[in-house]
Design a protein around this ligand. Structure first.
Ligand SMILES: Cc1cc2nc3c(=O)[nH]c(=O)nc-3n(C[C@H](O)[C@H](O)[C@H](O)COP(=O)(O)OP(=O)(O)OC[C@H]3O[C@@H](n4cnc5c(N)ncnc54)[C@H](O)[C@@H]3O)c2cc1C
Length: 483
């Protein structure tokens, strides 16, 4: 029997009917809702899990810290519209198109972009070659996602932070009974049968006391000094009012393709703080060029003409664990804003084409690239990809991906359902960046938007199937790929 959504005060309508006494959890926290599936975090993983579980007939409550779903891709401004892979991801991209949220830059409306060293994604293309860079407007897309959840009947709580769990022993494992959240009404409990980890940083796993590996696993050889350095996270920001044709004219006229001459001049004048435009580190290809240095302006078109998104990554040397260390998290927020401010001032003062540019958005949060990696019933490793292993509980048909960790080798592999099942907790399903993968596989290959949405959909379906069968997600036999 599936449970209807039960909302207790303060979420019940204030219609003058006599109010029921508010139930309390075992820990004494007011229980405000009782549902089949509780999803923590509304990023691509949590969003798709909530939608799929609801469409399968479950009552679903999704808790999201910010004001919209989409995670790194909306609140974090990422906005890259990766093509569809079927299921909810394709539906989402089609809906963004239909609702006018998609912007496409190409060689006609943005000539001289392909092959330009300032391009985050397209710098490696032959100069002047055709290209297509499709992005969505993060706030517009977030609004669409809010509506999609409403249309499906998902109860979404925005501005609500998950902070803890209550659990009971269930056989040899433990079971989550309640998610504890903080809202403007104070601390509240949500009772559920199945819980979905959609925080992007395995926060539910950590609060449930289930095992995980901290971010900052194996490090580049040149930097092994015993300190754990996660792959740097980043704060994304958008500048409007850029006349890129003027910038290109300057690059050509002064033979200054990466703006190095302007950067040197600004540095000599004391206008560039040391961490801005720092050199890339050795071991190119270990984490990819983008994340371990930032020697020049790094941007990509978004929203429409004259508007570009820029990256401000945490300097790798700072070794910040923003997902589990409050001081690190606060330092990243403060310092990255300082660097964004300095970069904007440099661009406006020194770079032709930026004279009238302005900061239009800064991401709501610093995205974590290498947070906790939960240990699941199966930990997917790079050897599973190299050996192209097949699994009886594969969630998708074989996928072929490029592993630039392995000199850009392409492997065709499957992912087992067991990667969605954290050890020691029997009613929690993992999604997105919090799957049970080693960090080489999750970071380098398996954390993109389409895959995170797919994993959410798989988790949502698994939650619904296990509830329908009256078993836990761990007892569920997964026998056919979904995608
Ligand atoms: C800086 C950066 C750039 C990236 N660039 C790209 C790219 O170009 N292309 C690409 O495909 N992928 C990119 N990625 C990777 C991709 O964005 C992530 O892997 C993906 O978004 C993970 O999805 P998720 O649903 O697991 O988590 P997230 O997208 O991180 O979403 C998690 C959600 O949970 C919410 N949340 C977290 N904690 C709580 C809590 N305690 N209570 C309530 N809500 C909570 C957050 O507010 C957020 O909405 C990038 C990642 C980062 C960090």
């Amino acid at each position: 029997m599936r449970r209807p959504l039960t909302m207790h005060p303060p979420f019940s309508p204030n219609d003058g009917s006599p109010s029921e006494p508010q139930p309390l959890s075992a820990g004494g926290v007011p229980v405000v809702a009782d549902v089949d599936v509780v999803v923590i975090g509304g990023g691509p993983g949590g969003f798709a899990a909530a939608l799929r579980a609801r469409r399968e007939g479950c009552s679903v409550l999704m808790v999201e810290k910010f004001d919209m779903p989409g995670g790194v891709h909306t609140s974090g401004l990422q906005g890259a519209a990766n093509p569809g892979v079927g299921g909810i991801h394709t539906e989402l991209m089609e809906r963004f198109h239909r609702e006018g949220c998609i912007y496409e830059a190409n060689e006609k409306n943005l000539p001289d972009w392909a092959g330009n060293p300032l391009s985050h994604y397209d710098y490696y293309l032959p100069p002047g070659s055709p290209f297509k860079r499709t992005s969505f407007n993060p706030d517009g897309a977030g609004n669409v996602m809010v509506r999609m959840l409403e249309e499906a009947g998902v109860q979404a709580l925005y501005g609500a932070s998950f902070v803890d769990v209550e659990m009971v022993q269930d056989g040899t494992e433990r079971r989550i009974t309640h998610a504890i959240i903080e809202t403007v009404s104070g601390r509240q409990a949500i009772r559920g049968r199945v819980f979905v980890e959609g925080s992007g940083t395995a926060e539910v796993v950590a609060r449930a006391g289930a095992p995980f590996v901290r971010g900052g696993g194996r490090q580049p050889q040149t930097l092994t000094d015993g300190q754990s350095r996660p792959i740097p996270g980043g704060l994304l920001w958008i500048m409007g009012g850029i006349d890129f044709a003027r910038t290109v004219a300057y690059q050509r006229r002064e033979d200054d393709p990466a703006l190095g001459k302007l950067i040197d001049r600004a540095r000599a004048a004391g206008d560039i703080p040391p961490q801005l435009y720092r050199p890339r580190m050795a071991d190119k290809g270990v984490y990819g060029d983008h994340y371990i240095g930032h020697p020049t302006v790094d941007m990509s078109p978004i929203h429409g003409p004259g508007s570009f998104i820029l990256w401000q990554n945490v300097p790798y040397e700072w070794a910040l664990h923003m997902d589990d260390d409050a001081a690190d998290a606060s330092r990243a927020k403060k310092e990255l804003r300082r660097l964004i401010d300095a970069e904007a001032r440099f661009l406006v003062k020194y770079v032709p084409g930026f004279e009238n540019a302005f900061i239009s958005h800064v991401g709501r949060y610093v995205g974590v690239r290498d947070g906790r990696h939960p240990i699941g019933e199966y930990v997917f490793s790079i050897d599973d990809a190299r050996e192209q292993r097949r699994f009886p509980d594969a969630v998708t048909r074989p996928m072929t991906k490029t592993f630039f960790w392995d000199a850009y080798a392409k492997y065709s592999f499957e992912v087992p359902y067991r990667c969605f099942l954290p050890r020691e907790v029997n009613n929690l399903l993992l999604t997105g960046a919090s799957l049970s993968f080693t960090f080489e596989t999750i970071f380098m290959v398996m954390r993109n938007f389409p895959w995170c949405t797919q994993t959410g959909e798989i988790a949502g379906l698994a939650a619904a199937r296990s509830i329908r069968q009256g078993i836990t997600p761990k007892q569920l036999a997964w026998t056919e790929p979904l995608f």
